[in-house]
Design a protein around this ligand. Structure first.
Ligand code: CO
Ligand code: CO
Ligand code: CO
Length: 309
């Protein structure tokens, strides 16, 4: 895969019927509980394999740890969380590397496999295709609110569950449908990754903000201005792609560009298969998914934000 299209992982074809997918992701803790952080970081790293239609095969730990300042049990619990997630995917942990660092960071390098005919990329959606999102958004905003001690425990737990849940089930369901494009929603936010699906291509995209599933209280916090700086940076970077954004409430635009940790898959599917895909995803427990938009022939390379209604 070329670097130009900002795809989720690298792919190398070994044989006509086999390619490997490689990806690496690591970051500083996004939650206080180390075991949960391990699960989230691993789910996040695995996601790029699923976004490209693959199956994770092996994983390696990447660890940066301030051994002088932090108790070793924090690292042990993080690794336990990561390993539990790796096991859930069916992949094997085969090693890793750790260095001493000022700030704790953890993640995985993952290798997966895919049949070259079944590779999913973020390009390829055609006019009429529908856009599906498989997880609610708002993790950046909620995590910012958590740092300000504004979030009660049930919501902290709920967001932790969302971030640590694998995109595995959704990826399995996709295999029996005609998927024209797929990516996962992470640091660039919903609209940032939506832009990846249309830039340089032959279609535009219409997004319905009122259909986008939100984590509880996301809108409240966004209206209070509790928005990570990344959301504004994401918007500045992609503003020229947007049509109609000026008519949308600013808090909603912040949410649509909110950087996600371990977000859901964003899937382009043929119009006549969209309803069936939705019902199968729901049937398999991907419950907070929704149809959030549709690819349009014109205007090309633009995202039309269709106001509330
Ligand atoms: Co990705
Ligand atoms: Co990634
Ligand atoms: Co992406």
């Amino acid at each position: 895969m070329g670097l130009k299209t900002r795809d989720d992982a690298g792919i190398y074809k070994l044989r006509d019927d086999l390619a490997i997918i490689q990806t690496v992701d690591f970051f500083t803790p996004v939650v206080d509980d180390p075991y949960s952080f391990g699960r989230i970081a691993a789910a996040n790293a695995m996601s790029d394999i699923y976004a490209m239609g693959g199956t994770p095969l092996t994983a390696m730990n990447i660890i940066c740890f301030p051994i002088e300042k932090m108790d070793i049990s924090v690292l042990q619990e993080t690794l336990r969380g990561g390993l539990d997630k790796i096991k859930e995917t069916g992949a094997l942990l085969v090693g890793g590397h750790s260095v001493e660092d000022e700030e704790f960071k953890y993640g995985l390098s993952v290798t997966g496999t895919v049949h070259p005919d079944n590779i999913l990329t973020n390009r390829g959606a055609g006019p009429g295709d529908r856009l599906i999102l498989t997880k609610p958004i708002g993790t950046g905003i909620i995590n910012t609110a958590v740092k300000g001690n504004l979030v009660k425990e049930p919501l902290v737990n709920e967001v932790t569950e969302i971030m640590s849940s694998l995109n595995l089930t959704a990826a399995e369901v996709l295999k029996s449908f005609d998927i024209s494009a797929c990516t996962d929603v992470t640091g660039f936010g919903l609209l940032g990754h939506a832009c990846e699906m249309i830039e340089g291509g032959d279609v535009g995209l219409k997004i319905y903000p009122d259909k986008v599933p939100l984590i509880k209280e996301t809108l409240n916090f966004a209206r209070m201005g509790i928005v990570p700086a990344g959301a504004r940076r994401n918007r500045d970077f992609r503003n020229q792609y947007l049509i109609g954004a000026d008519k949308i409430e600013p808090a909603i635009m912040d949410i649509l560009f909110d950087p996600q940790t371990s977000g859901g898959l964003m899937i382009a599917v043929r119009d006549d298969q969209a309803e069936e895909l939705v019902s199968q995803l729901k049937g398999k427990g991907v419950k907070d998914m929704a149809l959030i938009g549709e690819f349009i022939p014109e205007p090309k390379e633009k995202i039309v934000i269709e106001g509330q209604g």
